[in-house]
Design a protein around this ligand. Sequence first.
Ligand code: NAD
Ligand code: G6P
Ligand code: MN
Length: 443
Amino acid sequence: MDDRKFSVLIAGGGSTYTPGIVLTLLDHIERFPLRKLKFFDIDGDRQQKIADACEILVKERAPEVEFVATTDPETAFTDVDFVMAQIRVGKYAMRSLDEKIPLKHGVVGQETTGPGGIAYGLRSIPGVLGLVDYMEKYSPDAWMLNYSNPAAIVAEATRRFRPNSKIINICDMPIGIMDRMAEVVGLKDRNDLVYRYYGLNHFGWWTNVWDKKGKDLMPQLKEYVAKNGYWIGGEYDKGTEASWESTFKMAKDVYALDPTTLPNTYLKYYMYPTQVVEHSDPNYTRTDEVEAHRQKLVFGECARIVENKTAEDTQFKSDDHATYIVDLCTAIAYDTKQRMLAIIPNDGAVSNIDPEAMVEVPCLFGANGPERLSMGKAATFQKGLITEQNCVEKLAVDAWETHSYTKLWEAISLSKIVPDAKVAKEILDELVVANKDYWPELK
Ligand code: NAD
Ligand code: G6P
Ligand code: MN
């Protein structure tokens, strides 16, 4: 009989996503049993606010699970089976600059896209590599699920610098979109769909979607997306913020460019940057919205739990982000071969794309990690876009590795959303100053 119980570490314990993940872990404790739950963060004060509430949650729902919150790497990483990595190096203060500096120059300002995403990438690389090294030192058999952004650049860095590490880079955007697709066709959720998808992180397309009996759902989905994008509305979208509403709706315009596939929402930034900039307020960007909504809600609810000394009536609930992560752990722990997306070395999965690109494709997840599935050839439109964007991501990692100003300038200039090398340089020079505490000194 398999009586294993697992020790899970959340790195970035102070993240706004932590309570949702804890709640989901506790909800699924029958299929993924826990013995320990640990938090690690370099900001002990921020983490403690979340940890105090989560400790109450754990005590009430699974008192047998040992709970630890620490800023000490050895305590955190010792005796761990799974690490869930969700750090934000530089926190929201730096995200805000990633968004506002490009916007000042008329360029999209976004967490994972264009110059802002590249800037964040150069901060995240050493942060995530540091976590991998702690894991290998203190728990060499553990697996890391990393979703610290920008996942595309972080994944390229882990491929290059830690090729043998047990790290899996993932993203929840396709998951959220597939839940919406299921809603459109009247199925329960994404697990009722079978799909083919390929691209880079935040840069991919569905070529097929079926139900479990093999019925082709693409015609119905295309008809819906052509009119509404991925916007559902009503009760389903009750809590969805205005900027996400506009993103889900804009999938309609991205879809129009290639009616043979269904797009990832993030492609709106690359296909319609002018429109995105026109609708942006350089003084109030997504970071301001997150601080006013998600961060306020999460920290407010944690404070309420601590004050009431109970989480029995908590507003926290399982979400698609957290259930995906728990599904992945379960697939690895029990070798289920569940088919899920991951960002993985291409190695032929998309046959006409660089084998050394980090692509996002469906994989079968088991005890040895992900086994990629072949998605065939990228169409000409996708091949062109992917090739360019992948070079942007590789140049960003080159720049971090060699401390090269020129490579970083090239990366930003090559980005589809940046008009020319002059604008790229102006943005880069401001980013260099803003990131002086985080980036290597560039030569
Ligand atoms: P957040 O700022 O609320 O939390 C991040 C935490 O990381 C902070 O408490 C911070 O102190 C901590 N941190 C920073 N550097 C660290 C380091 N080197 N070691 C340990 N801890 C460190 O951020 P959030 O909005 O909750 O998002 C967390 C991360 O998850 C971000 O990178 C975000 O982009 C990512 N995310 C990714 C996906 C995806 O699809 N891949 C989905 C959701 C969130
Ligand atoms: C999606 C993306 C993530 C991103 C998240 C939150 O789920 O896949 O990579 O971090 O959205 O974005 P937000 O702007 O709400 O912080
Ligand atoms: Mn993502």
